[in-house]
Ligand binder design. Structure first.
Ligand SMILES: CCCCC/C=C\C/C=C\C/C=C\C/C=C\CCCC(=O)SCCNC(=O)CCNC(=O)[C@H](O)C(C)(C)COP(=O)(O)OP(=O)(O)OC[C@H]1O[C@@H](n2cnc3c(N)ncnc32)[C@H](O)[C@@H]1OP(=O)(O)O
Length: 219
């Protein structure tokens, strides 16, 4: 059962918690481009068999780049405001460096979830950076992606919350380099307790199922 496909009107404003907010459209194209290139760099570093001279030069270059970028850092907990077509009071917020779905996190896959009549749906294809068993996605990452999809279902359909309990059933191996479909929904709301569920599918077959209890943020 989907409780409500429309966002709740009143949402907690991160600014009330002392957290800065960046509009998604304010993230410079240059930063998005850098994030994408570093995402590819992580994969290249994880898999390279280049000669030691090339490795040493790359390390020096990256060290210099890191120092250059660290001259100006965001405040921890900076949030990004999404769905800017929604009215201000119905806006959806996410943490900008969220490890699963953060706009500016090059280590994030990233997973983007969209509303559907049934709940939320997203697609993601993972490379060897997310590898656990050979050729397969790490189980911890499967849990992380389900946690994000289930938390987002609560956040978008009801109200943002924190995961109090998460259960994952690994039904089939989840392959790398394969489009994965991730779906989630709200099953039941009981005061501040929101029961959510979701699945990951590869080639239409369920590889993992998750259920969780989200406790809504007060205020
Ligand atoms: C941090 C605030 C910033 C706000 C910024 C504004 C907007 C933000 C917008 C979005 C961002 C929000 C979320 C991000 C979305 C996705 C990220 C992925 C999800 C995560 O990565 S999230 C991290 C991992 N997560 C934790 O880090 C939680 C650690 N934990 C706690 O922080 C507390 O534990 C908490 C808050 C869960 C509850 O604490 P609490 O004091 O608020 O509530 P309380 O204990 O009174 O429970 C109320 C009722 O829930 C029942 N209940 C509680 N826990 C239960 C359990 N485990 N099993 C069964 N029932 C349970 C009680 O029995 C009672 O039930 P009853 O009312 O019937 O008596």
């Amino acid at each position: 059962m989907t409780v409500n496909t429309q966002p709740t009107a009143e949402r907690p404003d991160p600014r009330a918690y002392g957290l800065p907010v960046v509009r998604q459209s304010e993230i410079p194209a240059e930063l998005r481009s850098l994030v994408s290139r570093v995402h590819d760099l992580i994969d290249a570093v994880a898999n390279t068999e280049a000669d030691t001279e090339t490795l040493a030069e790359a390390a020096r270059t990256v060290e210099g780049l890191t120092a250059g970028l660290n001259v100006a850092r965001r405040q921890i907990g900076t949030m990004v405001k999404r769905d800017e077509d929604l009215p201000e009071e119905a806006a959806e917020f996410g943490t900008i460096t969220n490890i699963v779905a953060g706009d500016t996190n090059p280590a994030a896959p990233p997973l983007t979830l969209h509303r559907t009549p049934e709940g939320l749906r997203g697609e993601v294809t993972l490379n060897t950076v997310y590898q656990g068993p050979p050729g397969l996605v790490h189980g911890g990452w499967i849990a992380a992606m389900l946690d994000q999809a289930l938390g987002s279902a609560s956040s978008i359909e009801v109200h943002p919350g924190l995961t109090a309990r998460l259960e994952v059933n690994y039904r089939n191996p989840t392959p790398l380099f394969t489009p994965l479909e991730i779906t989630s929904r709200v099953d039941r709301v009981d005061g501040r307790k929101v029961h959510v569920s979701g699945e990951i599918r590869a080639h239409g077959k369920v590889t993992a199922e998750g259920t969780a209890l989200m406790i809504l943020i007060k205020g």
